[in-house]
Design a binder for this molecule. Structure first.
Ligand code: ASP
Ligand code: MG
Length: 405
């Protein structure tokens, strides 16, 4: 008899038919004697639509009211899921985040979980109920409804699994698990049996949309082992856990292509102490996330100058350009150029720690396909290159072939 936390994402509860399927799956686990806590997202499209409605009223609504509004999406699903279980004679009770004891800070629309006191959850489980908890929401110490940031139902599930010391945490979605790369781009993509937290974090950070980053960080911090699997079939999914020795035998776990970045180059920046600090402090103050940074070797003349390139999310490009242009007088560079037609290709794997020549093989593969490398960055378990976006998908296929087929 196990205690299982199951999270169902928006597509898994997209309509009443699918909600009935969720109920049937939950009932099966219960028949096996397991106790089940279900965390659900809003039905797919609902959160986006609520945001759209709010924007029809005003462009920048109060964040407290946004949370009040967005929390209704998940509340619809918990009630329908409870009813779907009642309809097949399974006792079930739905709880809001607050009722489940999820206490967050007061930062509306991106609150952090501070603690969970799942007294009601325990009580209901002891009474033989399936407990259905609204994902993505909590309550501040002052009693206001808060939400955890887009995709936050993942976090609810992982945090509840930790608080309840669950035996199993399953994240149900519309794909069979985590793949070596995006199967829509690379038909030979393979479903992974397992992946380490760090690899998943690097892949997600490199643009692979698998799970909310914060929830993976949380799982790592609290050692919550979870499985990502499909709600549309019974195939086993991908287990996400702490790295084991045998994971290092596989050199590369996955390949990802991020088409959401743009590159900025500041040409002929004076090469003196404090300039990089000036530039990146200004970007940080504007809440712009900078990913890769490359500074060239200084060109020596009377006043040494260098070129500084970095990447930001495409959505932040205009804002970043404004910030840098605002520094032109103060910093005294020659020119600012921007390029949106880039892709960031990354290979990720803990095996890199114990195998050499990985970067060389990546560069060789790209060269063999006539792909020019624009920028390079590495971490202990990742090598990323910025390349021409037009060559991105083909490069992802050849790199996948070279390392994973
Ligand atoms: N409904 C919320 C969103 O769309 C939370 C979630 O789905 O995890 O971001
Ligand atoms: Mg979601």
């Amino acid at each position: 008899m196990a205690l299982i936390v199951q999270k169902y994402g928006g597509t898994s509860v997209a309509n009443t038919e699918r909600i009935k399927n969720v109920a049937a799956r939950v009932a099966k686990y219960r028949e096996n004697g397991d106790r089940v806590v279900v965390v659900v997202s809003a039905m797919s499209g609902v959160t986006d639509n609520l945001i759209k409605l709010s924007r029809e009223i005003m462009p920048l609504p109060s964040e407290r009211e946004m949370d009040m509004l967005l929390a209704t999406g998940e509340q619809t699903t918990i009630a329908l899921a409870a009813m779907a279980l009642h309809a097949i004679n399974v006792p079930a009770v739905s709880l809001t985040g607050a009722q489940a004891g999820i206490v967050t800070d007061g930062v509306h629309t991106k609150a952090k979980i501070m603690n969970i006191t799942p007294k009601q959850v325990h009580g209901l489980l002891d009474g033989g109920h399936v407990v259905i908890v609204a994902g993505f929401q909590g309550q501040s110490p002052e009693g206001h409804i808060t939400t955890l940031g887009r995709g936050g139902s993942d976090l609810t599930a992982i945090a509840l699994a930790a608080a309840l010391k669950a035996d199993l945490c399953q994240i149900y979605t519309d794909v069979d698990g985590i793949y070596t790369t995006d199967p829509r781009v690379v038909p030979n993509a393979q479903k992974l049996d397992e992946i380490s937290y760090d690899e998943l974090l690097e892949l997600a950070g490199a643009g692979a949309k698998v799970m909310q980053l914060r929830s993976v960080e949380f799982a790592k911090k609290f050692g919550v082992i979870f499985e990502v699997r499909s709600s549309m079939n019974d195939n086993p999914g991908t287990i996400v856990k702490e790295e084991t020795k045998s994971m290092e035998d596989v050199v590369i776990r996955g390949v990802s292509l991020d088409k959401n970045q743009a590159k900025l180059t500041i040409v002929a920046v004076p090469d003196r102490p404090g300039v990089a600090s000036q530039i990146f402090t200004a970007l940080a103050k504007a809440a712009i996330n900078v990913d890769m940074i490359v500074q060239n070797v200084s060109r020596t003349s009377d006043t040494p100058v260098t070129d500084l390139s970095f990447t930001v999310d495409k959505a932040d490009l205009l804002k970043a350009q404004k910030v840098i242009e605002g520094l032109k007088q103060e910093v005294g560079y020659r020119e600012l150029t921007a390029n949106e037609a880039i892709g960031k290709l990354s290979i990720v794997g803990v095996g890199m720690r114990s195998h050499s020549g990985i970067a060389a093989k990546l560069f060789e593969t790209l060269a063999g396909n006539g792909v020019n490398i624009d920028m390079i960055s590495t971490s202990e378990i990742k090598v990323s290159v910025v390349i021409d976006i037009a060559k991105g998908e083909e490069a992802a296929r050849t790199v996948h072939e070279a390392f994973l087929e």
